[in-house]
Design a protein around this ligand. Structure first.
Ligand code: HEC
Ligand code: HEC
Ligand code: HEC
Ligand code: HEC
Length: 446
């Protein structure tokens, strides 16, 4: 009896083992579990055509498309292409000798970028001219770029002219500028950003999701310059992203965008440093708020909630953009108005100081007896003053992203401009050059 029980038990164990092995083999051969919702279409890596991604994500695509036609203005920003040179004619003087003095319009919605970059009078399409526009100018303007950079490398891309690159560029911004197709996670796509972060010892693949909701904008909304003969796209961040560190970087590199006529100053043009400006200890950045929180708020479409890709002035969507954190939205909008008005007027005082410096410098530079060492010092102060002013001016929020920082930079810029004026006067020993308010004498007729 006992033997039969043993045989039965052994048989049972063997049987169970065989069944278990069978189940394991069966499970191992099942297809890998996919995401809860399978993609409707497979999207190729770095696919430039956003309409293909749009089949899977119609809400994000439809909202991105809205940026093409949303041309609404706010007091200081918004999406119409008003001319900065008409709105503030001092800038015609400040950018004299440089294409920005001929054509400088405000930015508008993302889907217009390709049309706008091709229409600007700042382009020089004569490839025979050594000053022709390089392909680098397309770097922030197209969803074709990630694939092109991957195929040819950024060095070869930047070495081409704007003209030569044009046939390769068909798409304005697209999903491929911000997302990885296979996972839809946010990624750094611009090699210049990747390199600038690495130069600071940072690895974006370790950043949190909330950090990426800001860093993804830094693919384009940053200060940059074209390095060397190959016009290699470079962010001047090796010493850090604060204004003093960037100024120091440019001092060491000796880079100049152009030479100011009649003063001989080696000038710098600031681009659109939204990222550097916002992340320099602003109240919102310190509180962990991201660019996307204000510019890409969650919106509803029936039961589904998605990030609005209709990126624009948050003053046009205050309830969605600010109402998630601020209960009294009317009060915060009033505060934005106060901040912007204060910065816009302070900015003009700074412009007057720089124009006074330019006027004094021109007179001193025309005088053959001028003390050249003092004159050079004055030029260097002019260079720094204008760059600092431009850092605030070219930043697109009229100071809102970081109001204290804006006022600090403008104060320092005004101080440097007045010092430049004094040194220029001293270089020719002419107190007459200390006169202020010269803008009103040199202003172009409106
Ligand atoms: C706390 C909310 C908030 C955050 C965070 C924020 N912005 Fe803004 N942004 C604003 C407001 C408000 C304006 C001013 C809009 C205006 O004047 O109409 C603005 C203006 C802008 C503009 C110009 C818009 C226009 O109408 O011309 C750009 C570009 C911009 N922001 C980009 C960024 C980027 C990039 C980041 C992150 C680095 C960022 N913003 C972070 C609120 C925010
Ligand atoms: C691939 C480059 C690129 C990326 C990435 C990018 N932008 Fe832009 N953005 C631009 C360009 C170029 C313009 C100006 C387009 C024009 O004027 O035609 C612009 C314009 C804007 C404007 C002005 C819109 C208006 O209606 O006046 C805002 C606001 C803005 N961007 C915010 C952001 C935010 C926030 C992010 C990150 C979530 C971001 N951008 C990411 C290139 C980019
Ligand atoms: C300028 C950068 C940018 C571009 C261009 C862009 N996105 Fe996004 N997208 C974002 C950001 C930022 C988020 C928020 C991500 C988060 O919170 O993790 C987001 C979120 C998403 C999400 C997650 C769900 C949601 O709505 O929050 C999907 C899906 C998506 N985008 C699809 C697309 C598609 C499709 C396109 C092209 C038609 C596109 N995106 C273009 C920046 C971009
Ligand atoms: C994700 C949360 C969040 C969002 C979204 C947000 N804020 Fe704030 N905001 C804060 C926090 C946190 C502070 C810090 C002070 C406080 O606790 O109120 C602040 C402070 C401010 C201040 C006072 C700063 C100062 O120094 O005067 C203003 C003005 C302001 N926000 C405007 C806005 C506007 C306008 C928007 C929408 C475009 C906005 N905020 C969106 C979180 C947010």
């Amino acid at each position: 009896m006992k033997r039969y029980t043993t045989v039965f038990l052994v048989g049972l164990v063997v049987l169970l083992a065989v069944v278990l092995a069978g189940v394991l083999v069966y499970m191992k051969n099942q297809p890998v579990q996919q995401r809860a919702v399978a993609p409707i279409v497979e999207i190729a890596p770095m696919e430039p055509d956003s309409s293909k991604w749009g089949i899977n994500f119609p809400n994000q695509w439809a909202s991105l498309l809205k940026t093409e036609t949303n041309n609404i203005d706010t007091t200081y920003g918004g999406s119409s292409q008003f001319s900065w040179l008409e709105r503030d004619p001092r800038q015609v003087i400040l950018f004299a000798g440089y294409p920005f003095s001929k054509d400088y319009n405000d930015d508008r919605g993302h889907m217009n970028m390709l049309e706008d970059v091709r229409a600007t009078k700042r382009l020089n399409l004569n490839d025979e001219d050594p000053k022709h526009t390089p392909a680098t100018c397309y770097s922030c303007k197209s969803a074709n770029n990630p694939a092109l950079w991957d195929e040819m490398g950024m060095e070869a891309y930047d070495a081409m002219s704007f003209n030569e690159m044009t046939p390769n560029i068909h798409e304005p911004i697209g999903c491929a500028n911000c997302h990885e197709a296979s996972s839809m996670r946010l990624i750094v796509t611009n090699p210049a950003l990747d390199e600038a972060l690495k130069a600071q010892g940072k690895d974006w693949t370790t950043f949190t999701r909330q950090e990426m909701r800001t860093v993804v904008c830094a693919n384009c909304h940053v200060e940059y310059y074209f390095q060397g003969a190959g016009k290699y796209l470079t962010f001047p961040w090796a010493k850090g992203t604060q204004i003093d560190q960037i100024v120091e970087y440019y001092e060491e590199s000796g880079f100049k965008d152009w030479e100011y006529p009649e003063t001989g100053t080696p000038m710098l043009k600031a681009q659109h440093p939204e990222f550097e400006f916002f992340t320099a200890g602003s109240t919102h950045y310190n509180a962990g708020v991201s660019c996307a929180d204000c510019h890409m708020p969650y919106v509803r479409d029936g039961a589904s909630k998605y990030s609005s890709h209709d990126v624009k002035s948050p003053l046009l969507t205050v309830e969605q953009s600010c109402g998630t954190c601020h209960t009294d939205t009317e009060a915060v909008v009033r505060r934005v108005n106060t901040i912007q008005e204060q910065i816009a007027t302070t900015k003009q005082d700074t412009e007057d100081a720089i124009i006074d410096a330019i006027t004094a410098l021109k007179a001193a530079a025309a005088n053959p007896d001028a003390d050249q060492a003092l004159l050079d010092q004055a030029r260097n102060l002019h260079r720094k003053a204008q760059y600092m002013w431009d850092f605030v001016s070219a930043e697109n929020s009229t100071g809102f992203h970081n109001p204290e920082y804006a006022l600090k930079i403008l104060a320092e810029s005004t101080n440097l401009a007045r010092q430049a004026q004094m040194l220029a006067a001293q270089s020719v020993n002419d107190p007459g050059l200390l006169a202020t308010g010269t803008y009103y004498k040199t202003a172009p007729a409106q």
